[in-house]
Design a binder for this molecule. Structure first.
Ligand SMILES: [Zn+2]
Length: 490
């Protein structure tokens, strides 16, 4: 018998009933359109309201404690499954455990819930109000079977990738193995992703290696449900991406990073019910300043003259994100947007950058995954001029590094498409589109574009750049490095 991973002394009570009193959500029956029924009855509780979906995926709701567990005790139970980001004690007998990886959360549900629940004890589930995401999870699990890829948790820090390979090669031919070591004292165990060349080997590895002793710990092994990074999965895309990264001076490892911009394929987007995306203060006149930073023309609120700054809430965002600036990306032809939707580029793309208000400054926000929210609005060529862009385009005549006030304060909503359409958007987690590509951006890409004339597009290309030359284009190419899950609200 393999030695068990050090067990916590938890006094576990009987498994509580699955439905909390505030839970009105139900999983979607197979027959109904994806998510529809669940979303219509979904009620958000304060604990989860507005949390980005990618966080909800990795969060577990744990109940069934008989006594009052300490954070350390909970950590001991969950740490064999992967790195824990946070543990939140909600009440005496309820806790949220948030893992760094979705694979870890899934493994904990599968193994901890079934194993311990058989004894009538712990209940480990996704939060009640995240049940509307279940179809997306199921689809990921279904899809993941084609990859022959396993997730291995609780790897002894003294063991190497070669050690792992040598043990796991007994189950079949290993295509790739990637060991990630734990670094902080709370997460010293490493974890690994391994890819076999066949389904039989994958299943054999899970069956024989799960709970097997390996060095100081018992391994936990399950199907990896997140998609493999392109570094492992694809041979065709990688060189291109690698060179693009080099050209941008971003030498940092790009493997598995959530980079932006990406190609959005609408039929692959997971339809999700979000809280209403709201634009606060977008209807009031604010004093605006134009600035040429040598890369784009920027519009920001004159902080000295304004006592209120517009902000956004809802959608896939957690909390308030205040308006910082908006700027534009264009290309040397009429295909200058950064994101593409269903393979198509738009003429240009406007980025309305917002900063999470919990952080003191932009610099601080750039160090946190929930630091920024960018609302992207596509610009589509139309015959007539877009009058709203006229004052902005005046900014294209500014020398680089220069600023000027807009003559008349204006409401920011003028830059948005029809208010009726603002709740139709794609959203995903990604990065800044310029080096060093901080992975701190929740992207919200509005479905409805706004217009721009060809002549106006031309004016963008006259902006004076850092080298004194005109900025003919400033759009980055798509990354899709990590195949981030994209969600749609419509
Ligand atoms: Zn931008």
């Amino acid at each position: 018998m393999p030695r068990q991973h050090k067990k916590a002394k938890l006094d576990l009570g009987a498994k509580q009933s699955k439905s909390a009193p505030d839970n009105e959500a139900e999983t979607t029956p197979e027959t109904s359109p994806l998510l529809q029924e669940a979303t219509e009855t979904q009620i958000l509780t304060p604990q989860n309201e507005g949390l980005p979906v990618q966080v909800i995926f990795r969060r577990l709701h744990v109940s069934g404690f008989k006594g009052v567990p300490s954070e350390a005790e909970i950590r001991q139970v969950f740490r064999p499954f992967g790195h824990i980001e946070t543990i939140t004690l909600r009440s005496n007998r309820l806790a949220y455990v948030q893992f760094e990886l979705l694979d870890a959360a899934q493994l904990a549900i599968e193994q901890l819930n079934s194993v311990v629940a058989e004894e009538g004890k712990l209940a480990v589930e996704r939060p009640d109000n995240a049940l509307y995401l279940e179809p997306a999870i199921k689809r990921m699990i279904q899809e993941s079977k084609q990859w022959n890829r396993i997730y291995i948790a609780s790897v002894d820090p003294d063991k190497t990738e070669a050690d792992l390979r040598s043990v796991f090669s007994a189950c079949g031919t290993i295509r790739s193995c990637q060991l990630i070591r734990g670094s902080n004292p709370e997460n010293i165990e490493g974890y690994a992703f391994m890819e076999y060349d066949s389904d039989e080997s994958t299943c054999a590895a899970i069956a024989s290696m799960n709970n097997a002793i390996f060095g100081k710990f018992n391994l936990r092994v399950g199907h990896a449900i997140t998609r493999p990074s392109t570094a492992i999965a694809s041979s065709s895309e990688m060189p291109v991406l690698f060179h693009a990264a080099l050209a941008d001076g971003a030498m940092a490892a790009t493997e598995g990073r959530d980079l932006s911009p990406i190609e959005i394929i609408s039929q692959n987007a997971v339809r999700t019910k979000f809280p209403e995306l709201k634009f606060w203060g977008y209807d009031s006149n604010v004093p605006l300043v134009l600035h040429n930073d040598g890369h784009s023309v920027k519009l920001s609120v004159d902080g000295e003259k304004s006592n209120s700054v517009p902000y956004i809430t809802g959608g896939s965002l957690d909390g308030r994100y205040k308006f910082l600036q908006l700027h534009f990306h264009w290309g040397c032809d009429a295909e200058g947007s950064e994101h593409t939707v269903d393979g198509a580029k738009f003429a240009a793309e406007m980025h309305i950058v917002h900063q999470n208000q919990v952080f003191d400054c932009l610099q601080e926000a750039k160090n946190h995954r929930n630091g920024l929210a960018v609302v992207a609005v596509m610009l589509k060529v139309q015959e007539t001029e877009n009058a709203i862009l006229r004052p902005v385009l005046q900014g294209c005549h500014l020398f680089k590094g220069h600023s000027k006030d807009l003559p008349v304060p204006s409401p920011l909503e003028l830059f948005l498409p029809d208010p009726e359409t603002l709740n139709c958007f794609f959203t995903y987690f990604g990065s800044l589109t310029t080096p060093p590509y901080n992975e701190v951006v929740t992207w919200i890409i509005l479905k409805e574009p706004v217009g721009i004339s060809l002549k106006q597009l031309e004016t963008f290309r006259t902006l004076q750049g850092v080298d004194g030359q005109a900025v003919l284009q400033n759009c980055s190419s798509c990354k899709n490095l990590n195949n981030q899950e994209v969600f749609s609200s419509f």
